[in-house]
Design a protein around this ligand. Structure first.
Ligand code: ATP
Ligand code: MG
Length: 256
């Protein structure tokens, strides 16, 4: 099915377009089959969040923007699904926050690293870390290829943005003393629970909103930004997100 065959008035048009994009990038080796399945789990959570950015997510986006602006060495970690869905936006976000971009794959192969680098460069990235032998450092506690990171990127970072990450790796990054900002539609995942700031939203909505928020806050004082970060409580925020799911489901139960 081609993207153009999705009728605009289809109730799931947006969701279907995202699927088609992932399939397209799956065919060229950017996305792996596991990535398609992971997206499906995300879609289910998006469904019961009403497929929109909820207010607790907006609060998390504000805290994330302030954290990125306060960072000394922020790094944005990119996997196959992120490259397929929001490559242009990631490049813009990196530019306005002075962040490095690093390819960081759960299923790492040189071929995939190179093609993801290509997608990011085509989207305007000047430098892409974590490709091939550059990913020579290791995250302690993780096994195999999943632990490789770039010594000039995630290893050195004080703040790491992980739009879509696995729980083990999020926990390991937090243990290394990094401030971790995650984007995850599932407020119950280990990633969501272990990150310092979790944005419970779809990456396709969250990254553009994060760019807007950084643009709004970029000239604020350090004190004001620190206050925003201090006022944010991830556990409370996740509880609010779960509350929103419960509310959405009980409203649905009334109409069925
Ligand atoms: P964890 O490893 O954190 O405990 P998990 O093992 O349940 O979580 P993974 O398979 O590691 O989950 O990652 C898939 C998760 O990624 C999905 O459950 C979903 O929440 C999240 N996800 C997938 N696609 C998107 C998307 N487009 N936007 C935001 N989150 C997404
Ligand atoms: Mg996982």
């Amino acid at each position: 099915m081609n993207e153009s065959f999705i009728p605009e008035n289809h109730p799931r048009a947006e969701s279907l377009k995202i699927r088609e994009k992932l399939v397209k990038y799956f065919k060229i080796g950017v996305v792996v089959p596991e990535g398609l399945i992971a997206h499906g789990r995300g879609e289910a959570f998006d469904y019961i969040l009403g497929e929109k950015t909820i207010t607790p997510a907006l609060d998390a986006i504000k805290a994330a923007a302030a954290t990125l602006l306060l960072a000394n060495y922020p790094v944005i970690s990119v996997n196959g699904n992120v490259a397929a869905l929001v490559a242009n936006e990631i490049v813009n976000l990196a530019k306005i926050t002075n962040s490095k971009i690093e390819v960081n794959l759960f299923n790492r192969t040189l071929e995939r690293e190179i093609i993801i680098q290509k997608v990011l460069k085509e989207a305007g990235a000047e430098e892409v870390l974590g490709v091939g032998n550059n990913a020579s450092a290791k995250i302690p506690e993780l096994s195999s290829e999943r632990r490789r990171v770039d010594p000039n990127g995630i290893l050195k970072a004080d703040v790491v943005l992980v739009p879509l990450e696995d729980g083990d790796r999020t926990e390991a990054l937090v243990k290394m003393g990094k401030i971790v900002i995650a984007i995850d539609l599932n407020p119950l995942s280990r990633t969501s629970k272990s990150a310092n700031i979790t944005i419970v939203d779809n990456v396709v909505r969250a990254i553009p909103k994060l760019i807007d928020e950084v643009s709004k806050l970029r000239f604020e004082s350090k004190e004001k930004l620190q206050q925003i970060v201090k006022n944010f409580d991830n556990k409370k925020n996740l509880n609010l997100c779960i509350g929103r799911i419960i509310e959405y489901l009980s409203n649905q139960a009334k109409v069925v």
